[in-house]
Design a protein around this ligand. Structure first.
Ligand code: SF4
Ligand code: SF4
Length: 391
């Protein structure tokens, strides 16, 4: 979905404005999903009022580490990516695909599952996560799978994106061209300002549905100074990325380093737990499982998230194709950053940093790419510069 040419820019006072926004969305029939503090983290859940937003909370992020921190201000969106992404609402972890019944007369019927579709408003989508949703749209959405549950759920989603002014220590959306300023595709776009002039938002609409919600709000035009302040805050965020990934010729680099010694290094640390794939907002792989009741007259087929780190993920007759941890980590990284381009026309990474934070041993995708590049450069420089002779 492309956003139209920029329209008027509005000022939304933070606390009453967000309350009005949530009420307007609810009145329009949306179930509002947004960030909130729970279980020691900022997760995503249904919001009954704007009071549930994590006002005054930020996060400290590190490889294998996540901690809430109190902010010096009352920002509602002063935190970077949390453990959950929006993928759980569009591409659920477990979903029934169909049910089969055998009647007493022996007739056999198969009924496709009717996906529950309720209009959802995602409040507080980061630009990197907007990009991640668009990547999953390309893979799971209406173009390729018009009748899918994903396509039906996605069509009913209203997106309120918040430009990022608070990148975390593990963020690298700038490297992946996925933030901190939102690209097209939102219904409403907010930029949060918490300067001494007050706590407020710059607000823009990006769709007809966005205009309808705007019409329900009490708004005044944003001043030029406020618009400049919002632009500056996002520009400043781009300079404060916690991580950088050099993406120059990255797919080619990965092809040229398939036998690098670095894969053994990372395999020695990787637990093949699959956490990175579960936390990643673009990973989409699934498996299917059939279950029957005790009578044998009723069966269901379930689809659930799967991970390329599972041993049986690559099982073909006789055994798994990728039996070593090394081959599974290499598959994940080379698909995400390399062959995804050939398959879907973009990178599979948006630089959200979740795989770094939620890896129990702190494996850092940016560090692995840098090490592969260094190894390739060392090889090119000559035998004396190589890190290892190992194939
Ligand atoms: S690979 Fe890591 S940084 Fe990239 S989108 Fe997935 S979780 Fe985020
Ligand atoms: S890279 Fe980390 S999170 Fe991913 S499978 Fe290995 S140990 Fe688990």
């Amino acid at each position: 979905m492309d956003n139209p040419a920029p329209g008027p820019v509005w000022r939304l006072p933070a606390v009453p404005g967000l309350s009005d926004l949530v009420s307007a969305l609810q009145s329009a029939g949306y179930r509002v999903i947004g960030p909130q503090v729970r279980d020691g983290a900022i997760g995503l859940g249904e919001m009954h009022s704007a009071d549930q937003l994590p006002f005054g909370w930020g996060v400290h992020l590190a490889p294998g580490g996540y901690r809430l921190r109190e902010r010096p201000d009352m920002a509602a969106f002063g935190h970077s990516a949390g453990p959950q992404s929006w993928k759980q609402f569009l591409h659920p972890p477990r979903e029934r695909l169909w049910s089969a019944h055998r009647s007493a007369a022996g007739d056999f019927t198969v009924e496709p599952a009717d996906p529950e579709v309720r209009p959802l408003a995602f409040l507080g989508v980061r630009p990197c996560d907007l990009r991640a949703i668009q990547i999953q749209d390309e893979i799971l959405g209406a173009t390729r799978h018009p009748g899918s549950g994903y396509a039906a759920r996605r069509a009913a989603v209203f997106l309120i994106v918040v430009n990022c002014t608070e990148p975390g220590e593990t963020c690298f959306c700038v490297s992946m061209d996925a933030g901190p300023r939102a690209g097209p595709g939102y219904d409403l776009l907010l930029t949060e300002l918490t300067d001494p002039a007050g706590h407020e938002f710059v607000l823009q609409s990006g769709s007809a549905a966005g205009n309808e919600i705007l019409n329900c709000l009490r708004l005044e035009q944003a001043s030029p100074a406020m618009v400049c302040g919002a632009d500056d805050a996002v520009d400043a965020a781009a300079q404060r990325m916690g991580r950088v990934m050099d993406t120059a010729d990255l797919p080619a680099l990965l092809v040229e380093t398939l036998d690098a010694a670095r894969w053994d290094d990372v395999a020695a640390r990787c637990l093949t737990c699959g956490n990175c794939t579960m936390a990643c907002p673009t990973c989409f792989c699934t498996t299917v499982e059939d279950s029957t009741d005790l009578t044998g007259d009723h069966a269901d087929r379930w689809q659930s998230w799967a991970s390329c780190f599972e041993l049986d993920f690559s099982y073909l007759h006789g055994g798994p194709v990728r039996s070593s941890g090394k081959s599974r980590y290499r598959q994940w990284l080379t698909h995400k950053l390399g062959t995804w381009h050939q398959q879907f026309g973009s990178s599979g990474c948006v630089g959200c940093g979740r795989c770094i934070v939620w890896c129990p041993v702190g494996i850092d995708i940016t560090e692995e790419v840098a090490a592969l590049r260094a190894e390739k450069d060392a090889r090119a420089a000559g035998p004396g510069q190589q890190q290892s002779d190992q194939p």
